[in-house]
Write a protein that binds this ligand. Structure first.
Ligand SMILES: N[C@@H](CCC(=O)N[C@@H](CS)C(=O)NCC(=O)O)C(=O)O
Length: 241
């Protein structure tokens, strides 16, 4: 638990209202989408609580708050609920003080959005790969596609000649793609990534980032989770929480 995090709850019973001055993130710690706003909350030092949702056996009250049933979702002290990891992350960046993770210059902002759009293509492909792996499909084509997409991500860093996707400092796009790299073992792309030097340098830098350090989960823990996930074990929802 960190200075800005009030409590960590398991989340089966309905939580009360969000205290004034706090936000609440509905989370599942192995979920890469939910990892995104967790990084933003920490990077900006926003006071928050985390409520973990068991995604295999979702509590009824969660479906009332967020009918899609997906995590992450952000609840405000007004009772408003914001969903979709990128929207939640951008909301947090705009609405709260702390380091600005999105450029204010319109041209730089547009450039970041182009990278974010591409990151969306990479992440959805990796999720498709994971689902195909779970249902024992042939992965050859998807893996080849992932290789091409990740090479292109590597080229963005090469062409920009910057350590991070947005420039000299960590920014929104870095936090939006990082969770998939931490989970490379789940998506079966560890070997592929070892062939991409700029991405490797970038991920080594990201591991030094304070928000990343505070949320880091080691590859062997993901490997343990992955076994349970592939067996559709109910323990997977709760593994290591
Ligand atoms: N587009 C959503 C995707 C979120 C998502 O797929 N979350 C998964 C966990 S990683 C989930 O909640 N799954 C539960 C379900 O499908 O019922 C976002 O960016 O927030």
């Amino acid at each position: 638990m960190t200075g800005s995090e009030r409590s960590l709850r398991k989340g089966s019973s309905k939580p009360g209202p969000v205290p004034e001055g706090y936000v609440r993130l509905y989370d599942m710690r192995f979920c890469p989408y939910a990892h995104r706003p967790r990084l933003i909350l920490l990077a900006k030092g926003i006071k928050h609580e985390i409520v973990n949702i068991n995604l295999i056996n979702k509590p009824e009250w969660y479906l009332e708050k967020n009918p899609s049933g997906l995590v992450p979702a952000l609840e405000l002290s007004t009772g408003d609920v914001i969903t979709e990891s990128l929207i939640v992350s951008e909301y947090l960046d705009e609405a709260y003080p702390g380091p600005k993770l999105t450029p204010s210059d319109p041209l730089q902002k547009a450039k970041q959005k182009i990278i974010l759009e591409y990151i969306g293509q990479v992440t959805s492909l990796l999720v498709r790969l994971l689902k195909a792996k779970k249902s024992n499909q042939d992965l050859t084509e998807l893996k080849a596609e992932a290789n091409v997409k990740l090479q292109k991500l590597n080229e963005i860093l090469v062409n920009n000649k910057t350590p991070y996707f947005g420039g000299e400092d960590v920014s929104m796009s870095d936090y939006m793609i990082y969770p998939w790299f931490e989970r490379a073992v789940l998506f079966d792309v560890t070997e592929m990534l070892s062939q991409m030097p700029n991405l490797k340098k970038w991920s080594d830098l990201m591991i030094q980032d304070p928000a990343v350090k505070q949320t880091f989960i080691a590859p062997d823990v993901y490997a343990g989770f992955s076994k349970l996930y592939f067996q559709e074990s109910h323990e997977a929802a709760d593994y290591g929480l």
